[in-house]
Design a protein around this ligand. Sequence first.
Ligand SMILES: O=P(O)(O)OC[C@H]1O[C@](O)(COP(=O)(O)O)[C@@H](O)[C@@H]1O
Ligand SMILES: [Mg+2]
Ligand SMILES: [Mg+2]
Length: 296
Amino acid sequence: MTDTDTTDQVESIAAAIDAVVDVVARAAPEIRSGLPGRRVAAEGQNPSGETQMAADVFADDLLCERLGALDGVGTYASEERETAVDVGSGVSVCVDPLDGSSNLEPNAAMGTIVAVYDGPLPAAGRDIRAAAYVLYGPITTMAVAREGSVTEYVIHEDADYDVLTEDVRLPDDPTVYGFGGRVPHWVEPFEAFAADVESDPSLKLRYGGAMIGDVNQVLTYGGIFAYPTLSNAPEGKLRLQFEGYPVGYIVEAAGGASSNGRRSLLDVEKDDLHARTPVYVGNQELIDDLESRFAE
Ligand SMILES: O=P(O)(O)OC[C@H]1O[C@](O)(COP(=O)(O)O)[C@@H](O)[C@@H]1O
Ligand SMILES: [Mg+2]
Ligand SMILES: [Mg+2]
Protein backbone atom coordinates (compact mmCIF):
# COMPACT_ATOMS: atom_id res chain seq x y z
CA MET A 1 0.00 0.00 0.00
CA THR A 2 1.42 3.41 -0.93
CA ASP A 3 1.37 6.58 1.17
CA THR A 4 -1.19 7.99 -1.25
CA ASP A 5 -3.44 4.98 -0.70
CA THR A 6 -3.19 5.45 3.03
CA THR A 7 -4.10 9.12 2.82
CA ASP A 8 -6.98 8.32 0.47
CA GLN A 9 -8.22 5.67 2.86
CA VAL A 10 -8.07 8.00 5.85
CA GLU A 11 -9.95 10.63 3.88
CA SER A 12 -12.62 8.24 2.70
CA ILE A 13 -13.17 6.95 6.24
CA ALA A 14 -13.46 10.55 7.48
CA ALA A 15 -15.98 11.30 4.74
CA ALA A 16 -17.98 8.18 5.62
CA ILE A 17 -18.00 9.20 9.31
CA ASP A 18 -19.23 12.70 8.38
CA ALA A 19 -22.03 11.15 6.34
CA VAL A 20 -23.01 8.63 9.03
CA VAL A 21 -23.15 11.31 11.73
CA ASP A 22 -25.22 13.57 9.47
CA VAL A 23 -27.70 10.78 8.67
CA VAL A 24 -28.10 9.83 12.34
CA ALA A 25 -28.62 13.47 13.38
CA ARG A 26 -31.14 14.12 10.62
CA ALA A 27 -32.99 10.86 11.34
CA ALA A 28 -33.31 11.66 15.06
CA PRO A 29 -36.38 13.95 14.88
CA GLU A 30 -38.09 11.42 12.61
CA ILE A 31 -37.32 8.57 15.01
CA ARG A 32 -38.55 10.68 17.89
CA SER A 33 -41.78 11.63 16.17
CA GLY A 34 -42.33 7.99 15.15
CA LEU A 35 -42.35 6.78 18.76
CA PRO A 36 -45.86 7.63 20.00
CA GLY A 37 -47.71 4.92 18.06
CA ARG A 38 -44.97 2.33 18.56
CA ARG A 39 -44.84 1.82 22.31
CA VAL A 40 -46.05 -1.76 21.91
CA ALA A 41 -44.32 -5.09 21.49
CA ALA A 42 -43.56 -6.23 17.95
CA GLU A 43 -43.96 -9.88 17.04
CA GLY A 44 -40.34 -10.94 17.17
CA GLN A 45 -37.41 -11.22 19.52
CA ASN A 46 -34.01 -9.72 18.84
CA PRO A 47 -30.90 -11.95 18.58
CA SER A 48 -30.30 -11.42 22.32
CA GLY A 49 -33.68 -13.04 23.04
CA GLU A 50 -35.39 -9.82 24.09
CA THR A 51 -38.89 -8.80 23.05
CA GLN A 52 -38.69 -6.15 20.35
CA MET A 53 -40.85 -3.09 20.57
CA ALA A 54 -42.44 -1.75 17.39
CA ALA A 55 -40.22 1.33 17.83
CA ASP A 56 -37.03 -0.82 17.87
CA VAL A 57 -37.98 -2.32 14.50
CA PHE A 58 -39.03 1.05 13.06
CA ALA A 59 -35.77 2.77 14.06
CA ASP A 60 -33.69 -0.16 12.82
CA ASP A 61 -35.40 -0.23 9.40
CA LEU A 62 -35.10 3.51 8.99
CA LEU A 63 -31.40 3.61 9.92
CA CYS A 64 -30.57 0.54 7.83
CA GLU A 65 -32.15 2.16 4.78
CA ARG A 66 -30.49 5.57 5.26
CA LEU A 67 -27.05 4.42 6.43
CA GLY A 68 -26.99 1.54 3.98
CA ALA A 69 -27.50 3.97 1.10
CA LEU A 70 -24.36 5.97 1.91
CA ASP A 71 -21.26 5.79 -0.23
CA GLY A 72 -18.40 4.57 1.92
CA VAL A 73 -20.54 2.31 4.13
CA GLY A 74 -19.91 -1.38 3.46
CA THR A 75 -21.82 -3.15 6.21
CA TYR A 76 -24.79 -2.33 8.44
CA ALA A 77 -25.41 -4.34 11.60
CA SER A 78 -27.72 -3.76 14.51
CA GLU A 79 -28.79 -5.19 17.81
CA GLU A 80 -32.15 -5.93 16.20
CA ARG A 81 -31.03 -8.20 13.34
CA GLU A 82 -29.23 -11.53 13.45
CA THR A 83 -26.65 -10.94 10.74
CA ALA A 84 -24.85 -7.97 9.26
CA VAL A 85 -26.16 -6.61 5.94
CA ASP A 86 -23.72 -6.11 3.08
CA VAL A 87 -24.59 -2.71 1.62
CA GLY A 88 -21.53 -1.81 -0.47
CA SER A 89 -17.90 -1.22 0.27
CA GLY A 90 -16.39 0.80 3.07
CA VAL A 91 -16.70 1.10 6.83
CA SER A 92 -18.83 -1.17 9.04
CA VAL A 93 -21.58 0.58 10.95
CA CYS A 94 -23.07 -0.95 14.09
CA VAL A 95 -26.23 0.51 15.55
CA ASP A 96 -28.34 0.19 18.67
CA PRO A 97 -31.39 1.82 17.05
CA LEU A 98 -33.13 2.46 20.36
CA ASP A 99 -31.22 2.12 23.57
CA GLY A 100 -33.40 1.78 26.64
CA SER A 101 -36.56 0.86 24.77
CA SER A 102 -38.12 -0.49 27.97
CA ASN A 103 -38.35 3.23 28.82
CA LEU A 104 -40.88 3.67 25.99
CA GLU A 105 -43.86 2.69 28.11
CA PRO A 106 -43.06 4.95 31.10
CA ASN A 107 -41.94 7.72 28.68
CA ALA A 108 -38.42 8.12 30.03
CA ALA A 109 -35.13 8.88 28.25
CA MET A 110 -33.81 6.73 25.42
CA GLY A 111 -31.00 6.89 22.90
CA THR A 112 -29.64 5.78 19.55
CA ILE A 113 -26.03 4.54 19.43
CA VAL A 114 -23.79 4.23 16.38
CA ALA A 115 -20.26 2.91 16.01
CA VAL A 116 -18.10 3.12 12.88
CA TYR A 117 -15.42 0.45 12.46
CA ASP A 118 -12.63 0.22 9.92
CA GLY A 119 -12.78 -3.54 9.49
CA PRO A 120 -15.09 -6.50 9.12
CA LEU A 121 -17.61 -7.47 11.82
CA PRO A 122 -17.40 -8.51 14.52
CA ALA A 123 -14.77 -5.77 14.79
CA ALA A 124 -12.03 -5.34 17.37
CA GLY A 125 -12.43 -2.39 19.73
CA ARG A 126 -9.30 -0.76 18.36
CA ASP A 127 -10.90 -0.76 14.87
CA ILE A 128 -13.43 1.82 16.01
CA ARG A 129 -12.96 5.16 14.25
CA ALA A 130 -15.95 7.09 15.57
CA ALA A 131 -18.93 6.64 17.84
CA ALA A 132 -21.98 8.74 18.54
CA TYR A 133 -25.20 8.69 20.46
CA VAL A 134 -28.43 10.61 20.25
CA LEU A 135 -30.21 11.24 23.54
CA TYR A 136 -34.00 11.65 23.32
CA GLY A 137 -34.47 13.63 26.52
CA PRO A 138 -36.52 16.78 27.06
CA ILE A 139 -34.47 18.01 24.12
CA THR A 140 -32.62 15.94 21.54
CA THR A 141 -28.84 16.04 21.79
CA MET A 142 -26.04 14.10 20.18
CA ALA A 143 -22.49 13.33 21.33
CA VAL A 144 -19.94 12.46 18.67
CA ALA A 145 -16.46 11.07 19.44
CA ARG A 146 -13.76 10.99 16.81
CA GLU A 147 -10.03 11.56 16.79
CA GLY A 148 -9.87 11.65 20.57
CA SER A 149 -12.41 14.37 21.19
CA VAL A 150 -16.15 14.57 21.87
CA THR A 151 -18.51 17.22 20.50
CA GLU A 152 -22.04 17.67 21.77
CA TYR A 153 -24.80 18.96 19.49
CA VAL A 154 -28.41 20.00 19.90
CA ILE A 155 -30.73 18.61 17.21
CA HIS A 156 -33.68 20.78 16.28
CA GLU A 157 -37.14 19.61 15.24
CA ASP A 158 -36.42 20.52 11.61
CA ALA A 159 -33.38 18.15 11.76
CA ASP A 160 -30.78 20.92 11.67
CA TYR A 161 -28.20 20.63 14.39
CA ASP A 162 -25.73 22.97 16.09
CA VAL A 163 -22.68 22.51 18.25
CA LEU A 164 -23.45 22.91 21.96
CA THR A 165 -20.05 22.02 23.42
CA GLU A 166 -16.72 21.29 21.80
CA ASP A 167 -14.24 18.99 23.47
CA VAL A 168 -16.60 17.64 26.13
CA ARG A 169 -14.62 16.47 29.20
CA LEU A 170 -15.75 14.55 32.26
CA PRO A 171 -15.62 16.92 35.24
CA ASP A 172 -12.68 16.18 37.56
CA ASP A 173 -14.88 15.84 40.64
CA PRO A 174 -17.41 13.05 40.08
CA THR A 175 -20.88 13.38 41.61
CA VAL A 176 -23.17 10.70 40.17
CA TYR A 177 -23.38 6.92 39.86
CA GLY A 178 -25.83 4.50 38.28
CA PHE A 179 -25.57 0.70 38.52
CA GLY A 180 -27.76 -1.77 36.62
CA GLY A 181 -28.69 -5.40 37.18
CA ARG A 182 -30.55 -6.85 40.16
CA VAL A 183 -28.62 -6.20 43.37
CA PRO A 184 -28.96 -9.84 44.60
CA HIS A 185 -27.06 -10.85 41.44
CA TRP A 186 -24.11 -8.52 41.97
CA VAL A 187 -20.88 -10.39 42.71
CA GLU A 188 -18.75 -9.76 45.79
CA PRO A 189 -16.04 -7.49 44.27
CA PHE A 190 -18.71 -5.27 42.72
CA GLU A 191 -20.81 -5.27 45.89
CA ALA A 192 -17.79 -4.06 47.88
CA PHE A 193 -17.05 -1.35 45.31
CA ALA A 194 -20.70 -0.25 45.22
CA ALA A 195 -20.85 -0.06 49.03
CA ASP A 196 -17.89 2.34 49.03
CA VAL A 197 -19.42 4.44 46.26
CA GLU A 198 -22.74 4.58 48.14
CA SER A 199 -21.07 5.74 51.33
CA ASP A 200 -19.06 8.48 49.59
CA PRO A 201 -20.81 11.75 50.53
CA SER A 202 -19.79 13.42 47.28
CA LEU A 203 -21.64 10.84 45.14
CA LYS A 204 -25.37 10.35 44.63
CA LEU A 205 -27.45 7.73 42.81
CA ARG A 206 -28.86 8.85 39.44
CA TYR A 207 -30.12 5.86 37.47
CA GLY A 208 -32.63 6.04 34.63
CA GLY A 209 -32.59 2.57 33.04
CA ALA A 210 -31.33 3.65 29.60
CA MET A 211 -27.57 3.40 29.28
CA ILE A 212 -27.32 6.47 27.09
CA GLY A 213 -29.24 8.63 29.57
CA ASP A 214 -27.10 7.31 32.41
CA VAL A 215 -23.84 7.71 30.51
CA ASN A 216 -24.76 11.24 29.47
CA GLN A 217 -25.15 12.11 33.15
CA VAL A 218 -21.65 10.79 33.77
CA LEU A 219 -20.35 12.91 30.89
CA THR A 220 -22.14 15.93 32.32
CA TYR A 221 -21.53 15.57 36.05
CA GLY A 222 -18.67 13.07 36.31
CA GLY A 223 -19.08 9.73 38.04
CA ILE A 224 -19.59 6.13 37.00
CA PHE A 225 -22.12 4.02 35.13
CA ALA A 226 -22.03 0.24 35.38
CA TYR A 227 -23.99 -2.64 33.98
CA PRO A 228 -21.89 -5.20 35.83
CA THR A 229 -21.10 -8.87 35.64
CA LEU A 230 -23.89 -10.76 37.42
CA SER A 231 -23.91 -14.10 39.20
CA ASN A 232 -26.58 -15.32 36.75
CA ALA A 233 -25.09 -13.51 33.72
CA PRO A 234 -21.28 -13.24 33.99
CA GLU A 235 -21.09 -11.18 30.79
CA GLY A 236 -23.77 -8.79 32.00
CA LYS A 237 -26.39 -7.53 29.56
CA LEU A 238 -24.89 -5.00 27.20
CA ARG A 239 -23.58 -5.90 23.78
CA LEU A 240 -19.95 -5.22 22.91
CA GLN A 241 -20.23 -4.17 19.24
CA PHE A 242 -23.38 -2.07 19.66
CA GLU A 243 -23.06 -0.67 23.19
CA GLY A 244 -19.76 -1.52 24.92
CA TYR A 245 -17.25 -0.35 22.32
CA PRO A 246 -19.02 2.89 21.34
CA VAL A 247 -19.73 3.98 24.88
CA GLY A 248 -16.19 3.05 25.98
CA TYR A 249 -14.75 4.99 23.05
CA ILE A 250 -16.87 8.06 23.79
CA VAL A 251 -16.09 8.14 27.52
CA GLU A 252 -12.36 7.59 26.92
CA ALA A 253 -12.33 10.37 24.31
CA ALA A 254 -13.89 12.64 26.96
CA GLY A 255 -10.98 11.95 29.32
CA GLY A 256 -12.66 9.16 31.29
CA ALA A 257 -12.01 5.43 31.41
CA SER A 258 -13.84 2.27 30.40
CA SER A 259 -13.54 -1.30 31.58
CA ASN A 260 -14.99 -4.78 31.52
CA GLY A 261 -13.71 -5.15 35.08
CA ARG A 262 -10.17 -5.99 34.02
CA ARG A 263 -9.20 -3.93 30.98
CA SER A 264 -10.37 -1.14 28.71
CA LEU A 265 -13.53 -2.13 26.84
CA LEU A 266 -11.61 -1.33 23.65
CA ASP A 267 -9.20 -4.20 24.43
CA VAL A 268 -11.95 -6.78 24.91
CA GLU A 269 -12.29 -9.05 21.88
CA LYS A 270 -15.14 -11.45 21.16
CA ASP A 271 -15.92 -13.24 17.95
CA ASP A 272 -19.72 -13.14 18.15
CA LEU A 273 -21.53 -10.10 16.69
CA HIS A 274 -24.01 -10.10 19.58
CA ALA A 275 -21.57 -10.97 22.39
CA ARG A 276 -22.20 -9.28 25.71
CA THR A 277 -19.78 -7.67 28.13
CA PRO A 278 -19.87 -6.11 31.57
CA VAL A 279 -19.63 -2.32 31.13
CA TYR A 280 -18.06 0.13 33.57
CA VAL A 281 -17.42 3.70 32.39
CA GLY A 282 -16.57 6.90 34.22
CA ASN A 283 -13.85 8.90 35.88
CA GLN A 284 -10.44 7.25 35.77
CA GLU A 285 -9.98 6.97 39.55
CA LEU A 286 -13.33 5.22 39.97
CA ILE A 287 -12.57 2.75 37.19
CA ASP A 288 -9.09 2.13 38.67
CA ASP A 289 -10.69 1.42 42.04
CA LEU A 290 -13.26 -0.90 40.43
CA GLU A 291 -10.57 -2.83 38.55
CA SER A 292 -8.50 -3.22 41.72
CA ARG A 293 -11.48 -5.02 43.36
CA PHE A 294 -11.65 -7.52 40.52
CA ALA A 295 -7.87 -8.01 40.60
CA GLU A 296 -7.91 -9.01 44.29
O1 LIG B 1 -33.73 -3.62 32.07
P1 LIG B 1 -32.49 -3.54 32.88
O2 LIG B 1 -31.94 -4.84 33.30
O3 LIG B 1 -32.57 -2.53 33.97
O4 LIG B 1 -31.39 -3.02 31.84
C1 LIG B 1 -31.18 -1.71 31.53
C2 LIG B 1 -30.12 -1.63 30.50
O5 LIG B 1 -30.55 -2.34 29.35
C3 LIG B 1 -30.59 -1.48 28.24
O6 LIG B 1 -31.89 -0.98 28.10
C4 LIG B 1 -30.19 -2.31 27.03
O7 LIG B 1 -30.34 -1.62 25.85
P2 LIG B 1 -31.57 -1.89 24.83
O8 LIG B 1 -32.75 -1.16 25.32
O9 LIG B 1 -30.96 -1.32 23.59
O10 LIG B 1 -31.77 -3.37 24.75
C5 LIG B 1 -29.64 -0.33 28.60
O11 LIG B 1 -29.93 0.86 27.95
C6 LIG B 1 -29.82 -0.22 30.09
O12 LIG B 1 -28.66 0.25 30.72
MG1 LIG C 1 -29.03 -0.64 24.25
MG1 LIG D 1 -31.71 -1.29 21.70
